[in-house]
Design a protein around this ligand. Structure first.
Ligand code: HPA
Length: 277
């Protein structure tokens, strides 16, 4: 069977809407509330997009939306495929390639993460300054792709310009925005306290099970990337209580309005910065 073609998926997307956003947003746990502020022009389930992953495990249907957020055109991926579900990395990152082929230039990746840094509290947000890929594989493993770099430079994976827009958006939103290094594990088990101590020594500030594959592929495609974590819990051993998905969901629910405000203000500032370019 032929592998799915991102250009074909992008062609399908172009028929859905006349909007041509350059900003893409991937929603992780805790960030879906922003959809209530989105003026939707088009919405399509992943199941109807060739090559897109089957998702829905986290309770969020896999859907792609095109619309405007705070007046700025935007393409939103609501729901993502995770590596821990058993999908190959090609599937986990396919949507990013389709977005690049569509014309997205700037991608904001959001996720829920455990706080490794002792200064972090549950309910904080963290802008990613860098990452550590601890997933045990790389999404670019496999045959080289024509026209794309084989050995992708990640020395500046997260764009400083987008980071400063995030900081400004956080100030406007009254959000406590930390910044730091996100370490990605494959999951789905949470970490042991010994792993968290080790990750801390390696330089991690937060730990999660997504985002890094998408960042790597986005960088290969030449997109600028920003990452934001919602620190939904203190990482294993950082609090007396055991970790649970219920706690992750509870914190995400508690701060969902702040998360939505942060993204809305980001979209607004992004729109303004486009006009000045
Ligand atoms: N570890 C890994 N992934 C996570 C966590 C965590 O503590 N919290 C939310 N996603």
């Amino acid at each position: 069977m032929k592998p799915p073609d991102p250009v074909a998926a992008a062609a399908r997307l172009k028929k859905l809407s006349r909007l041509r956003p350059t900003l893409g947003l991937v929603l992780g746990s805790g960030f879906h509330h922003v959809l209530t502020a989105l003026e939707i022009d088009a919405k399509i389930p992943y199941a109807r997009l060739p090559g897109f992953p089957p998702v829905g495990v986290s309770g969020h249907a896999g859907e792609l939306l095109i619309g405007t957020l705070a007046g700025t055109p935007i393409l939103v991926l609501s729901g993502r495929a995770h590596f821990y579900e058993g999908h190959p990395m090609t599937l986990v990152t396919f949507a990013v390639r389709a977005l690049a082929a569509f014309g997205i230039r700037d991608l904001i990746l959001t996720n829920a993460a455990g706080g490794v840094n002792k200064r972090f509290r549950a309910g904080d947000f963290m802008a990613l300054t860098d990452h550590i890929n601890f997933m045990g594989t790389n999404p670019l493993r496999g045959a080289a792709l024509a026209g794309l770099p084989r050995f992708v430079d990640l020395s500046c994976a997260y764009d400083p310009g987008l980071h400063s827009l995030l900081e400004r958006a956080a100030r406007l939103s009254g959000v406590r925005l930390q910044s730091g290094v996100y370490l990605a594990v494959s999951g789905p088990s949470y970490e042991t306290p010994a792993e968290i101590r080790a990750f801390s020594r390696l330089g991690a500030d937060a730990v999660g099970m997504s985002t890094v594959p998408e960042t790597i592929v986005a960088r290969q495609c030449g997109l600028r990337v920003a990452g934001v974590s919602c620190i939904t819990n203190l990482a294993a051993g950082r609090s007396p209580q055991p970790l649970s998905h219920a706690e992750v969901l509870e914190t995400a629910e508690r701060v969902k309005k702040l998360a939505a405000q942060l993204l809305k203000n980001f979209a607004k500032l992004y729109g303004n910065s486009l006009q000045k370019r």
